[in-house]
Design a protein around this ligand. Structure first.
Ligand SMILES: NC(=O)c1ccc[n+]([C@@H]2O[C@H](COP(=O)([O-])OP(=O)(O)OC[C@H]3O[C@@H](n4cnc5c(N)ncnc54)[C@H](OP(=O)(O)O)[C@@H]3O)[C@@H](O)[C@H]2O)c1
Length: 337
């Protein structure tokens, strides 16, 4: 019996996350990274050398024109995601696109329409959705171990260096906490609420937000939201590029509580606090790189064009909820005009 051939990948953009995916792909038996593209030929050459890649492209266009590349991973700053995802679909390439998938819902709808029209796979790159530790948590939740869910709390915060030219503090590059990391707690809360309500994901019916802004650049440095699901489930979200607080998910139910520490890099333990029964914390298996699971999901679900743990509908729902959150705090970008 012959082995399934590996999917041949190319990456657009040579930034930090591109290196993580390149490293993960090297450990995969279903993915083979063959090409890198940068706006700068020298950066592409250096990246190709690091990972022994046969193709180093000095523009994103030339990578998309490379017939050897079957799938692309879009690792550019977020204002560039929509343009390159649409161009990749038009070139007939399958797509894994970094989060947030686009800047707003209008752009996300165009990307999904392009994937549908050109009949290519498309998925937003929320790595945690595919990690065994998060799947363990969702299985426990679905089994009813904490009863009826009535409160969800999720946060993702880190303290970053204030650099007005860097990606995080520059509005032209999509800077700010809400889009860069707020998309994570929003997506995890929607997934958890969905499971609690018997669906793959669920969108909030009400949302109130508040934020603090950088006085010079106008990006949100800290944003919070309180959401509701028809008054049945209450949700608190927090994201910040100013607070050193890490990432955590807490789910409260009628019979107990589930906590997942470091829930977005999936390195933390899961605690089930279900009095009077004490359950030892469940450690995570971190033997494989976090990114490997989403990369392998692309190969696995390629023929279906979307993957069950992060569907097109889920991506669009997340962008709609992020738009609502942005509206609630008065955060606008040029692309919203
Ligand atoms: N899933 C995750 O865990 C995770 C973690 C971090 C970031 N991300 C997401 O991945 C994306 C990239 O983040 P990163 O941390 O890797 O950022 P980064 O290190 O700043 O790299 C971004 C890359 O985007 C490319 N780019 C294209 N147009 C650009 C422009 N006008 N200005 C600046 N760069 C431009 C550049 O590549 P070239 O110059 O080589 O063309 C640059 O290296 C973001 O959307 C971010 O939200 C995801």
């Amino acid at each position: 019996m012959s082995a399934t051939p590996s999917l041949r990948w190319g990456i657009l953009g040579c930034g930090r996350i591109a290196h993580k995916l390149a490293h993960a792909m090297q450990t995969s038996s279903t993915a083979r990274l063959i090409a890198i593209a940068s706006r700068d030929q020298g950066r592409a050459d250096a990246f190709a050398e690091d990972y022994s890649l046969p193709y180093a492209h000095g523009s994103y266009e030339t990578l998309l024109a490379n017939p050897e590349v079957e799938a692309v991973y879009i690792a550019t700053v977020h204002p560039e995601h929509a343009e390159w995802a649409i161009k990749a679909a038009e070139a007939g390439k399958h797509i894994l696109c970094e989060k947030p998938v686009t800047m707003n819902t209008t752009e996300a709808e165009r990307v999904v329409a392009a994937a549908r029209t050109h009949d290519v796979f498309f998925m937003e790159a929320f790595m945690y959705r595919w990690h065994p530790q998060f799947i363990k948590l969702t299985d426990m939740l679905a089994s009813g171990v904490i009863g009826d869910v009535f409160q969800i709390e999720a946060h993702f915060c880190f303290k970053s260096e204030r650099d007005p030219d860097g990606r995080l503090y520059n509005k032209a590059l999509g800077g700010g906490a809400l889009l860069d990391i707020g998309c994570y707690p929003m997506s995890i809360a929607r997934r958890v609420a969905g499971i609690a309500l018997g669906m793959p994901f669920a969108d909030p019916t009400e949302l109130e937000g508040s934020a603090t802004f950088d006085p010079e650049t106008g990006v949100d440095v800290t944003s919070s939201a309180v959401m509701s699901y028809e008054g049945k489930i209450r949700v608190e979200l927090l994201c910040s590029i100013q607070i050193d607080k890490s990432a955590e998910l807490k789910i409260y139910g009628s019979k107990g509580m589930l906590v997942m520490h470091n829930c977005f890099n999936c390195e933390g333990e899961i605690e089930l606090i279900n009095k009077p029964h004490a359950t030892p914390p469940l450690p995570s298996d971190t033997s494989r790189p976090l990114a490997i699971y989403e990369v392998e999901a692309v190969s696995k679900y390629l023929a279906e064009r979307e993957a069950p743990n992060m569907t097109w509908g889920d991506t669009l729902g997340n962008m709609r909820a992020l738009d609502l959150w942005r509206e609630a705090i008065g955060l606008r970008y040029d692309c919203d005009a």
